[in-house]
Structure formats: structure tokens, C-alpha cells
Ligand binder design. Structure first.
Ligand code: PA5
Length: 338
């Protein structure tokens, strides 16, 4: 495969964004100072967001030492109150679900912060005297994940609420980038993308890899414009696997992908080995990708960044520009007119 020939498909410059992921994360660490110490003293947090903005909340929740819930909806759970830190994330600042839940949240707690490039969310913060972190504009929201996630990780670390150190991950992300750039040879992300072409990936993760499995699914949807699904371990051992019985007939393009970390619970690791045997016996294809790094946070972000590259190469193999998300835009336009 001559990847150089496919690169002109990338008219929206997703490769440039992916290439700059580690540096974007590095710069974003510095944005944490925009979240004032005054919000401290919270007992729990909710992250309000949708799509490419919300995933930062899922990742934060896995590593926070206080309960964190991501809310992808117009309204908030009943327990949100004065001891909750409200975090609104919207890259555009225009997402109606996020704005609606944030307005409701500001009536329940004074501890609030927003991360956005501007828009109605920044205007609301100015009006209400809520601090907001100015996120660099010019990217698709999903490609700006480092700018949305790392200020939160660094801020939670500063408050003593984080398991892991976001600063130590940057160098391993840079190393991974060098191994996955279009010109890298051999290139494991390109190899995996080739195996997924014409297939329907079903991405599995456990523990810290759960939000990463979801990110893989959504990145394959949005970048490669194709169906993809996900499920989490060990839960999938209690339902999803029964579908393997007819999968060969009704889901012949399915390919399961196990995202693994060396921090998987030992019983989960055993379950994966059994599942691989079950899939093999039924002739159902699967792949396995192991995260690298000294701690769970590093391995999760390693897997995430690897998956972003896989979805990029899959887009090129599918003959599509990874950046545009026409149907998301169409839906936003149509609902705005209702
Ligand atoms: O990837 C995307 O473009 C979407 O998933 C958006 O992130 C989502 O629609 C929410 O928009 P925003 O991130 O601007 O709040």
C-alpha cells in the first residue's frame, strides 16, 4: 500500500492534528491554571458535554479520586448540588444539550468551570461570572481532545484528586507518534487499518480501556465514516457473547478488537483468553492491541492515540476525507430550525 498516494484525501488536515497531538497535550497542561483554586472543596463532579467534547469527561472519571460522571443530556441527575463541581465542555460552545444542562447546574451549585473556544458557552460564563478555559480554535472537536482533557487532568492532579501524572505521558505519546506517522515503516496502525477495511469493528476494553474502546468506536465512525460498535469487559461476558452463536451468519463482517493493558484485572485477563478461544473455535476474527507505559493513565492514552491513527488510516483506505462530519452538521442545523 502506498500511503503517500492516499494522503491527498486528507483535505481537512486530520493528519496535521494527529501529528500535533502530543504537543497539544503539552501546551494544554498550562491551561490548568485557568481553573481557579476557589472551586475546590467539591465532593463530586459532573462533566457536561456531547460527542468529541464529552469523551474528556469519561477519561477523567476513570482516573479521578472523587466521583465524576459524564452527562450527555439536556438535564442533570437529581444528586447534583452545592458540593458538585460543574464542568461544561463544548469545543464550539454552541451545543444545545451542554448549554441546557449547564444552565440548570448553575442554579444548583456555585462551583463551575467551562472549557470552550468561545460561542454561547463563553458568553454564558461571562454573564454569570463563571471562569472558563479558552481552548485553541481551528480543529474538529474530536481532534482537540488533548486541549480539552489535559487541563482537567492537570487541575485534578493539582487538587490531589488524580491517580497518575499527566505530564509524564507526553514523551511516550511523542515516541508513539513517530512510530505511527504515514512515513513510518513498519507501521502497526496502518497494518491494523488494513485488517479492518471492509469490516465492522467491535471494540472491547476493560477498566481504564473502557472509555478508550468507546473513543475507538466513535473515531472509526467519524473519521472513517463506517459503522463500529463497542462493549466493555467483564460485562460483555454476561450478554454480548451469546450473539456469537449467529454472528458468523448475520454479522460476517464483524471483527472484535481487544484493547489490553497490563493493569487489566487478572480475572478479566483470563476472560479475554477464554473469549479468544471461543471466537477462534467459531471462526470469528479478532485482533488484540496492548497499551504501553508505566501506569494505567499512560497505557490508556497510548491506546487512545493508537486508535486515533487507526481510524485515520481506515478513512484513507475507505477513500474519504477524515475531517467532515456532514450528518452531525445536518442534524444540528435541522434541530436548530425546529
Ligand atoms: O466530533 C464532533 O464533531 C461531535 O461529536 C461534537 O464534538 C459534538 O457534536 C459536540 O459539539 P461540541 O464539541 O462543539 O460541543
Amino acid at each position: 500500500m502506498d500511503w503517500k498516494e492516499l494522503l491527498p484525501l486528507d483535505r481537512g488536515q486530520m493528519e496535521r492534528a494527529l501529528r500535533g497531538f502530543p504537543e497539544m497535550a503539552e501546551r494544554a497542561l498550562g491551561l490548568a491554571c485557568r481553573i481557579p483554586n476557589g472551586v475546590q472543596g467539591f465532593k463530586n463532579a459532573v462533566v457536561l458535554g456531547m460527542g468529541g467534547s464529552a469523551i474528556a469527561g469519561d477519561l477523567l472519571a476513570r482516573f479521578a479520586r472523587v466521583p465524576v460522571m459524564t452527562v450527555r443530556d439536556y438535564f442533570l441527575p437529581a444528586w447534583v448540588g452545592p458540593e458538585t463541581l460543574l464542568i461544561a465542555i463544548s469545543y464550539s460552545g454552541e451545543t444545545e444539550e451542554t448549554l441546557s444542562a449547564f444552565r440548570e447546574g448553575l442554579r444548583r451549585t456555585k462551583r463551575a468551570v467551562a472549557l470552550t473556544t468561545g460561542g454561547a458557552l463563553a458568553a454564558l460564563c461571562e454573564e454569570e461570572g463563571v471562569p472558563w478555559v479558552p481552548i485553541p480554535p481551528g480543529f474538529p472537536p474530536r481532534a482537540a481532545l488533548p486541549s480539552l482533557l489535559f487541563p482537567l487532568l492537570a487541575c485534578f492532579a493539582r487538587f490531589g484528586h488524580l491517580a497518575g501524572d499527566p505530564a509524564v505521558i507526553i514523551s511516550s505519546l511523542k515516541k508513539l507518534r513517530d512510530a505511527l506517522l504515514p512515513e513510518a515503516n513498519p507501521n502497526p496502525a496502518q497494518r491494523l487499518a488494513e485488517k479492518l477495511q471492509g469490516k465492522v469493528p467491535v471494540v472491547y476494553g476493560a477498566g481504564v480501556a473502557v472509555p478508550v474502546a468507546y473513543r475507538w468506536k466513535t473515531q472509526i465512525n467519524e473519521n472513517a465514516k463506517q459503522p463500529a460498535y463497542w462493549a466493555e469487559l467483564p460485562e460483555l461476558c454476561h450478554n454480548e457473547i451469546v450473539g456469537y452463536e449467529l454472528a458468523g451468519k448475520v454479522f460476517p463482517q464483524g471483527v472484535m478488537i481487544f484493547l489490553r493493558t497490563s493493569f487489566d484485572h487478572p480475572r478479566v485477563a483470563k476472560r479475554v483468553e477464554i473469549l479468544k478461544e471461543v471466537l477462534f473455535q467459531r471462526g470469528l476474527p479478532f485482533q488484540e492491541v496492548w497499551g504501553e507505559g508505566p501506569d494505567p493513565l499512560s497505557q490508556a492514552l497510548w491506546l487512545l492515540y493508537f486508535g486515533d491513527w487507526v481510524s485515520f488510516y481506515l478513512a484513507l483506505l475507505n477513500g474519504v476525507d477524515p475531517t467532515p462530519v456532514a450528518l452531525i452538521q445536518e442534524l444540528k442545523n435541522r434541530i436548530r430550525g425546529c
